[in-house]
Design a binder for this molecule. Structure first.
Ligand SMILES: [Zn+2]
Length: 245
């Protein structure tokens, strides 16, 4: 009994020592990264701002989350996106509706948009990352041509998730979400979520790559498999809990 008691105590002491040392090392590493004493490439440094040019990794969501609280940082990051946009004055249109730090997107670095749309800065940044690291590489892989136009169902709308009174407000109500209906490629081919998603061929593969890629970048990505309301578009959003359906 005494031996077992000593063993258990010894085990606990070893565990506590291990946790203490690991905690101190973690703190030291965090401080060293933060202060610049240890230099790692920016994309692997959790304290460095997210950069649109960097391929997404497991730190991307963490870095994107910072943009919600830091408006100036978000605008700084978005300025690196080659997007054509203009700032939109903050608006409160109804209880739970309106936006701040939003931009009106007229074109992205590589494609035109059917109609300019308003998006919060924190959602515009992941859109630029997805465009660069998911959408255009997938278009080239599957079809040999980039996307030149985005067809969408809009972004800002003061409404609930289901459109019914009393339901939770949609991320659309704060311009943190947008709905993509389809794409036009450089050679004129038009791919719509509506008829492309169910196809077994290249169009279906392309669209599924886009959805999978969006799940790694946006907080929420919903597609036709989620529910009938999404049969004809992708819904991408930022700021909520993580969803990939
Ligand atoms: Zn939507």
């Amino acid at each position: 009994m005494v031996g077992r008691g000593l063993n258990a105590r010894g085990g606990r002491t070893r565990l506590l020592t291990f946790l203490l040392v690991a905690g101190l090392l973690g703190l030291g590493l965090g401080y060293a990264l933060h202060s610049g004493a240890i230099e790692v490439p920016e994309r692997w440094n959790p304290w460095a701002p997210v950069r649109i040019a960097d391929p997404p990794n497991w730190l991307t969501s963490f870095k994107l989350a910072r943009l919600s609280d830091e408006e100036g940082l978000c605008q700084y990051v978005l300025a690196g996106a080659e997007m054509r946009y203009r700032p939109v004055p903050d608006q409160v249109t109804a209880p739970g509706c309106g936006f701040s730090n939003a931009v009106r997107i007229e074109a992205t670095g590589t494609f035109a948009v059917e109609e300019a749309f308003t998006l919060s800065c924190r959602t515009a940044v992941p859109l630029a990352i997805w465009e660069r690291h998911v959408l255009q590489p997938a278009a080239r892989d599957h079809f040999g041509h980039p996307v030149t136009e985005l067809e969408h169902f809009g972004s800002y709308a003061c409404r609930t998730v289901s459109g019914r009174d009393g339901a939770r407000m949609s991320r659309h109500a704060t311009a943190d979400a947008f709905d993509i209906a389809g794409f036009v490629l450089e050679d004129g081919r038009r791919i719509r979520v509506l008829d492309g998603w169910p196809s077994e061929g290249r169009e279906g593969d392309f669209l599924r790559d886009l959805h999978r890629g969006a799940c790694r970048i946006f907080d929420g990505a919903l597609g036709p498999d989620y529910n009938p309301a999404h049969h004809d578009h992708f819904h991408f959003e930022q700021g909520g809990f993580r969803m990939c359906r």
